[in-house]
Ligand binder design. Structure first.
Ligand SMILES: NC(=O)C1=CN([C@@H]2O[C@H](COP(=O)(O)OP(=O)(O)OC[C@H]3O[C@@H](n4cnc5c(N)ncnc54)[C@H](OP(=O)(O)O)[C@@H]3O)[C@@H](O)[C@H]2O)C=CC1
Ligand SMILES: N[C@@H](C=O)C(=O)O
Length: 260
């Protein structure tokens, strides 16, 4: 019987590296994807030593077409991969008018295009098998234009919407889709984005974040928000969203928009 394998993007550090440890601890073989091959190799060596699993390192810059295609092909062709952790991502520094063509391209290429392409690469094979899991890492920022990270937050809102849509389309076919929405978590993302967190309020430690996200994963929760302490807030928001849809009467403009 082949050991099930988990492909994790952004596995060289932060949230992805903790996911790698946790799935290794659960006995899964791993395919680790990121740009930093040395870090991936070191993590692979540690995990193989500590746990009786096999780890493949697949170096890739997911903003580059050839590398993205390489990872897509692995997801399409490797029957052992039954879980995709779509984690790789970057944050933004500065406001909307400080963004450049390059920063916008990088944010969208990694946080939305690559994530979507990889999900689309693996989903048909998982549907064929009637089982499998796709975890997309969104963010609370995707719910919060107030945070002033409009492009980054938009990429994370995209991930949430995509995950909900994928779940509606795929769950009946045996494929579990989870959106995970962390809030501020201690990783390198902040320093990489040039964001000074020295006056930020306390954030979550990365192990706690991933362990909480895995509780949601094990419960097959569709949207997992580890820092949200009142779960009913999300339930109410989603119910209100659905109620809004039921009030859409597309054939006629609402009274408030009618000219005299
Ligand atoms: N930390 C936080 O506060 C929060 C994080 N998130 C999300 O969690 C996810 C993980 O972020 P986090 O662990 O915090 O960040 P880190 O910066 O610690 O890790 C990001 C990972 O993504 C990889 N990565 C970056 N650019 C590329 C690229 N072009 N191609 C392939 N891999 C790349 C990095 O590896 P390498 O450099 O080796 O390529 C690294 O492994 C992201 O999607 C982020 O948006 C969501 C909410 C809060
Ligand atoms: N990555 C963080 C912001 O930069 C977040 O999503 O909270």
């Amino acid at each position: 019987m082949t050991t099930s394998s988990v492909l994790i993007t952004g596995a060289s550090t932060g949230i992805g590296a903790v996911y790698a440890d946790r799935f290794a601890r659960r006995g899964h073989d791993l395919v680790l994807v990121a740009r930093d091959q040395a870090k991936l190799e070191a993590l692979a060596a540690r995990l193989q030593q500590n746990y009786r699993i096999h780890v493949d390192v697949l170096p890739a810059d997911l903003t580059k077409a050839g590398d993205l295609a390489k990872v897509e092909k692995r997801l399409q062709d490797d029957p052992r991969i039954d879980t995709l952790i779509n984690n790789a991502g970057i944050a933004q520094s500065g406001g909307f008018i400080q963004q450049t063509s390059s920063s916008i391209d990088q944010l969208i290429a990694l946080n939305t295009t690559a994530l979507t392409r990889l999900a689309a690469a693996v989903a048909p094979r998982l549907v064929q098998a009637g089982k499998g899991s796709i975890v997309n890492i969104s963010s609370v920022v995707g719910l919060a234009p107030e945070f002033g990270m409009s492009v980054y937050g938009a990429t994370k809102a995209f991930v949430l919407f995509l995950s909900q849509g994928m779940s509606m389309e795929l769950s009946a076919k045996g494929v579990y889709v989870q959106a995970v929405l962390p809030a501020g978590t201690y990783t390198e993302i902040w320093q990489r984005a040039g964001i000074d967190i020295s006056d930020f309020s306390q954030m979550m430690h990365v192990d706690e974040l991933v362990d909480a996200a895995l509780v949601g994963f094990d419960r097959r929760e569709g949207v997992t928000i580890p820092p949200l302490h009142k779960a009913e807030r999300w339930d109410n928001l989603d119910a209100t969203r659905q109620a809004l849809l039921s009030d859409i009467k597309q054939a006629e403009a609402a009274e408030r928009y009618k000219t005299a």
